[in-house]
Design a binder for this molecule. Structure first.
Ligand SMILES: [Mg+2]
Length: 371
């Protein structure tokens, strides 16, 4: 009598977390906050002598939660069963509250587990996720309110010169200065590239209505992100209904779970939904946001963290582009080998490197370590 071979189960046997704080190259600000450093929380997850990595951009307390709670929750899970590990993590934070730190902690672990699974199967992550495209367009994102007009123009000219066809600037810090700043940006890029603005919720409803007309008429702005607080779904809906044709109203970056996206879409608040896999509980949560967009025939755009989102966006059916955020693009180049730069305005994940295609640069990262 023959005995069937036992299936091999690659169990998660180690999860390590660390954090790195990197100063910005220039003080940065938007309509509502200012910052001069950014912290990346990194997870390495191991099974069957293979290690995957994932990360989020978050506070150091996120690393502490992973270390004190989540690493014990996923220990021993089958590395193939990403949904099972995800659900176990979700249940473990029930009494802590789902949004914010808890979801960012789950995000970093979930991304590491997807990277690990792809490496165990010797596949690039976008292939494992079921690629629908080989590359995803990016928009250059910076244009901080702390920049002079000259700095803003130089950054945008460099991006457009490199083949990027869409750029985004921050507005809302000093509303009186915004029309001139936006005109300078349009002057720098010429007439063809798309120009986006992001107010990070800084304007009132009435200001936002006024600026929607003005930015569209004077500077051909075609994307108005968080014109008012993204908690004001009625306000977003009002501005969406009354904004000029050709101007998309956009929000979603503070979405930590599928219910949030469901309510935002249900309110008719946005023309394009933004989602961030480093906040909304990882690749698993990002694909849920994509399914909600598909159900409403709306496009999806990924928020920041380009090295993670290029894989997710090459597999998510409704994805149209991702945010090539100056701060994160710079940090990912400092901390990882294998980081891809845009070619003709698109990110092409490597078809030969496994997982996210990234290798952590331990030596170079050491001076930035904070945990
Ligand atoms: Mg934004």
């Amino acid at each position: 009598m023959s005995t069937a071979p036992k299936p091999f189960i690659p169990r998660i046997d180690s999860l390590q977390v660390s954090a790195y704080t990197i100063p910005t190259d220039f003080p940065e600000s938007d309509g509502t906050i200012t910052w001069d450093q950014t912290t990346l929380v990194l997870v390495h997850a191991r099974a069957a002598n293979t290690t995957g990595l994932g990360f989020t951009y978050a506070d150091l307390s996120t690393a502490k939660l992973i270390d004190s709670l989540l690493k014990h929750v996923v220990d021993g899970h089958d590395a193939m069963d990403t949904n099972s590990a995800w659900l176990a993590m979700l249940r473990s934070i029930r009494n802590l509250g789902r949004p914010g730190i808890a979801s960012m902690a789950i995000s970093a672990v979930d991304i590491a587990l997807w990277d690990l699974k792809a490496r165990l199967l010797h596949l690039p992550l976008f292939k494992l996720l079921g690629a629908v495209r080989a590359a995803i367009p990016v928009y250059g994102s910076g244009g901080f309110t702390s920049y002079s007009n000259q700095q803003l123009q130089r950054q945008f000219s460099d991006w457009v010169g490199s083949g990027i066809r869409m750029v985004k600037m921050k507005v809302g810090r000093d509303p009186a200065a915004d029309p001139n700043r936006v005109r300078s940006a349009r002057e720098a890029i010429g007439s063809a590239p798309r120009l986006f603005v992001d107010a990070n919720g800084a304007y009132t409803r009435k200001q936002a209505l006024q600026f929607a007309e003005l930015f569209r008429n004077e500077s051909d702005v075609s994307w108005f992100e968080e014109p008012v607080s993204s908690d004001d779904l009625d306000g977003l809906r009002l501005i969406r209904d009354r904004a000029p044709a050709g101007m998309e109203i956009v929000a979603g970056e503070y979405g930590y779970d599928a219910n949030y996206f469901h309510h935002m879409l249900g309110a008719g608040a946005v023309d394009v939904l933004q989602a961030d896999a480093t906040r909304c509980a990882g690749i698993t949560g990002f694909l849920q946001a994509a399914a909600l967009c598909t159900a409403r025939s709306l496009p999806l755009s990924a928020h920041t963290a380009p090295s993670v989102h290029m894989h997710a966006c090459c597999a998510a059916l409704p994805a149209v582009h991702l945010e090539y955020f100056h701060d994160h693009a710079r940090i990912e180049h400092i901390l990882f080998d294998g980081v891809v730069s845009p070619i003709h305005g698109e990110l092409h994940p490597s078809s030969t490197r496994e997982g996210l295609g990234l290798q952590f640069r331990t030596q170079d990262a050491a001076p930035y370590a904070v945990s």
